[in-house]
Write a protein that binds this ligand. Sequence first.
Ligand code: NAP
Length: 279
Amino acid sequence: MAIIIDGKEVAKEKREQIKKRVAELKAEGKSVGLAVIIVGENPASRVYVNNKKKGCLEVGIESFEYALPESTTEEELKTLVKKLNNDDRVNGILCQLPLPKHINEDAVINTISPEKDVDAFHPQNVGHIMIGDYTFLPCTPAGIMEMLKFYNISVSGKKCVVIGRSNIVGKPMAMLLLKENGTVEICHSRTENLKEETLSADILVAAVGKTRFVTEDMVKQGAVVIDVGMNRDEDGKLCGDVDFNNVEKKASYITPVPGGVGPMTITMLLENTVRAVEK
Ligand code: NAP
């Protein structure tokens, strides 16, 4: 049976450290603020935004919410972002994705000042991640690295297989594992013989977005299995990309869903907001 990686526990400890740093910054007279923009009425986005605001409150970061109607134009959104770029109370800006179809997400992200881009989505920050010299961490992958560190799971020299090549998870995940000297492979929907690849993994990260996609026969005995997926199963229950009940029997460590990667993502967003001020 695998050791269950408790993301809530790791997040709690990390948030305590962040809270102390926020208090120190405030004692120096500095403000620590995060602006969160949400456009339209996507229920999942609303949950994420509420959790982000709750996280801010927990560590003493001031949060400013901008809830805009679905009909907001790209120009209006960019005008708000530019205003926030020049607002001294705001150290970090995040625009909750996805945006309505008529708005070009890249154009909006590129408008956020790289110094306030706490999601680390701006091409300038993505470039920094690529060369391994960065202030802002890619939140989900960085949260995973924190969990590995917390459980003393060494990456150096290990075969790491990441399923998924999105800009938000898969690609930056591969970069962080590489920085820690993992031997990294990225798989995606065109990968041939996926099972052959995943079976070679000492550390397997699933970021696919498909319920119970990773089955027991795809996992090497003793592998560390990290489940990034946030899906709804046939009963509407939150579940990951990994067939947890069966894979748990084979893995050495495994993250559950919920309670694994999720709590760490917001924690790293808070970390980035503090970094924006410290920088
Ligand atoms: P995404 O942009 O849809 O990317 C999914 C990736 O999976 C793509 O690279 C895709 O390959 C690959 N894929 C799809 N079907 C596949 C198959 N049959 N075999 C191999 N690879 C396949 O998703 P994402 O934004 O990275 O998110 C992935 C999951 O993580 C989602 O469930 C999302 O909700 C969750 N998530 C969770 C957190 C968190 O905090 N816990 C944060 C972000 C995302 P192609 O590129 O070839 O299409």
